[in-house]
Design a protein around this ligand. Structure first.
Ligand code: PAF
Length: 293
């Protein structure tokens, strides 16, 4: 019989510090809550990396700094009891769930609002794709992740590949700022029809849920045509998307694995990435997959 132990919950920095004293290898899984099977995969990886003597910390914090005006900050799902129950089933030791004032004691330093707070300025990689559609988003993400790294001081941090650009920027921040944290990326968890698992999927009604599966179908179509070059792969993906009027495309990009520009006909064997963002109803969804040319 498996005995589940509810993780200890820290609401403040002081409580967190108390729980992490003498802690062994610490592995952090940063989240905004509304946890699902995809997060469970991240927690399992974290548990494995921490080992029996280590400490797995899951942070649950809906970070206001990474939401732009008019985005879904207020309606972002908050499901703390269910999150705690899932964390318990995955052997998480500590759940850090601070209130906003604990993370931003001087107020949230929103873009354009005067503030003396120091925030993390991402490099040019933050200006394309998600960054172009959501100005200031990655400044918000990197700032909160840097704060979480400072508070938890993990040896390892685990993030999903679903937010591929976010993962690339966090890796870059950890390397460029010499943080000494091993940033681990986990493959995207998918529903049986291919839809990438996401906390935002719960906004979709039944019809939109069907339409949303178009995104992963489009990415797979591109994967199948990649050996014919970038234009053919792009055409295959666009063809699938155009067939579903319920999907309003924001961007579809074929890039190098580092999110750089690809030639139309990369050398055979070259690896790349295809990334998509689209709106289904009022819900903005993103997805990406590897490409092999
Ligand atoms: O991926 C997320 O859930 C968030 O962007 C993160 C990394 C927890 C920062 O708020």
């Amino acid at each position: 019989m498996t005995v589940l132990t509810t993780p200890a919950v820290a609401r403040s920095r002081a409580e967190l510090a108390g729980l992490l004293a003498g802690r062994g290898t610490v592995v952090l899984v940063p989240t905004m809550g509304a946890l699902h099977e995809g997060h469970a995969t991240l927690m399992r990886i974290a548990r494995e990396r921490a080992g029996a003597d280590g400490t797995v910390v899951v942070s649950v914090f809906v970070n206001p700094l990474q939401f732009g005006p008019g985005e879904d900050l207020d309606r972002y799902p908050r499901t703390f009891d269910a999150d705690l129950a899932l964390a318990a089933t995955e052997g998480v030791d500590v759940v850090f769930a601070p209130v906003v004032a604990e993370m931003y004691p001087d107020g949230v330093p929103h873009e354009g609002v005067p503030s003396e707070a120091v925030t993390v300025q991402p490099g040019p990689l933050a200006d394309v794709l998600e960054g172009a559609s959501r100005p200031g988003h990655f400044r918000g993400v990197l700032t909160v992740v840097a704060k979480l790294f400072g508070l938890v001081r993990p040896d390892v941090a685990v993030f999903g590949e679903k937010d591929y650009q976010q993962l690339a920027l966090i890796r870059r921040m950890a390397a460029d700022l010499c943080l000494g944290i091993d940033v681990v990326g986990a493959e995207t968890d998918r529903e049986p029809d291919g839809l990438a698992r996401s906390s935002r999927n719960r906004y979709l009604d039944a019809e939109q849920r069907q339409q949303a599966a178009t995104l992963s179908r489009a990415l797979r179509a591109a994967q199948e045509r990649a050996s014919y070059g970038v234009p053919a792969a792009r055409w295959a993906a666009m063809n699938v998307i155009k067939g579903e009027p319920g999907v309003e495309l924001d961007y579809l990009a074929l890039t190098t694995t580092g999110l750089g520009e690809l030639p139309d006909y990369p050398e055979t064997g070259t690896e790349g990435r295809i990334l998509v963002a689209a709106r289904v109803g009022t819900t903005r969804l993103i997805d990406n997959m590897p490409l092999q040319f």
